[in-house]
Design a protein around this ligand. Structure first.
Ligand code: SF4
Ligand code: SF4
Length: 299
């Protein structure tokens, strides 16, 4: 089983469009079918703004709560209103009526230690949901983090772990991960232990800057990095700068995908590049996939 994560230094570079195309190709791959024929399991690790499901149209098979962190809860029947808990709470999370403000509570549990009558219980927070779904290209594990909830790194790790478990059971050839954007904790959780990180960038100076940052994170964790330029023909000069940077850094550019209205139309229909776009775009994304297959086969 090979694990590929598709990442970008920021959102909006076409990362999910490329992930969707790889998912489609993995389920219908023939050029190396002697080695790869058991398809893929997909993992959407962009848990703050998940959108791979828009392309893969999943039918939810299992739904689970994601629990992370704890919040204090006061049993008003037991509480004697002694005020000790309010005195020790450094976050002003306990009101005059001895109810807990769950937004201010940091879950330190100090109040529960000082309560003389054991009226305070620490309860786990439900911070989001995660799902196992069926798609036309194979299983998808995805998640939704609650509004203003943290712990997305932990949820990303959970999504990855579940996808890998399913892939092992099915003897899948691939785990294809739509990585988290940015360079923070969630993207590190997306990168952990993968065989290859495919960085998708667009030809703008900010795109190049963001790609460089995420590449340095991936390299820091010892992950093999490859790159693809999306909408490369929108700025040929910057595309050349990206290629020069990659040459200097010994990063292979697996392909360049044109700006193509048919890709936008495919997305609006909830379809991948492979299913519904121009022959040229299909060829370009296939090239990326075939090179990835060769790399990970040898890895
Ligand atoms: S758990 Fe900590 S932050 Fe929350 S109410 Fe108790 S003392 Fe305050
Ligand atoms: S310490 Fe316990 S008994 Fe005292 S006010 Fe707080 S919850 Fe109530």
């Amino acid at each position: 089983m090979k694990k590929i994560v598709v990442i970008s230094g920021k959102g909006g570079t076409g990362k999910t469009v490329v992930t969707g195309a790889l998912a489609a190709l993995s389920s219908n791959y023939t050029a190396h079918n002697d080695a790869f024929n058991n398809g893929a399991v997909m993992a959407d690790c962009d848990v703050d703004a998940a959108d791979l499901h828009l392309l893969l149209n999943p039918a939810i098979r299992e739904k689970h709560e994601f629990r992370a962190g704890v919040t204090a809860f006061i049993d008003q029947e037991k509480c004697t209103k002694c005020g000790k808990c309010r005195q020790v709470c450094r976050f002003s999370a306990i009101g005059e009526d001895f109810s807990i403000d769950s937004v201010s509570c940091e879950g330190c549990a100090f109040c529960s230690f000082v309560c003389p009558v054991g009226a305070i219980e620490m309860r786990e927070n439900v911070s989001g949901e995660w799902f196992i779904s069926d798609t036309r290209f194979g299983p998808l594990v995805h998640a939704k983090l609650g509004i203003a909830e943290e712990n997305s790194g932990k949820l990303v790790s959970l999504v990855r772990q579940e996808a890998e478990k399913i892939a092992k059971e099915r003897k899948s050839d691939w785990v294809i991960i739509d990585g988290s954007p940015g360079i923070g904790c969630p993207v590190i959780a997306s990168l952990n232990g993968v065989d290859c990180a495919l960085v998708v960038t667009e030809p703008t100076l900010s795109g190049l800057h963001d790609a460089k940052r995420v590449i340095s994170v991936a390299r820091h964790f010892g992950v093999m990095v490859k790159l693809a330029v999306n909408k490369y023909d929108l700025n040929i000069d910057v595309t050349k700068s990206i290629e020069e940077y990659c040459r200097a850094e010994n990063i292979q550019v697996l392909g360049k995908i044109s700006f193509d209205k048919s890709i936008v139309e495919a997305m609006l229909k909830g379809e991948t590049i492979v299913e519904s776009s121009s022959e040229e775009s299909k060829r370009q994304v296939k090239e990326v996939w075939e090179k990835l297959c060769c790399l990970t086969k040898d890895a």
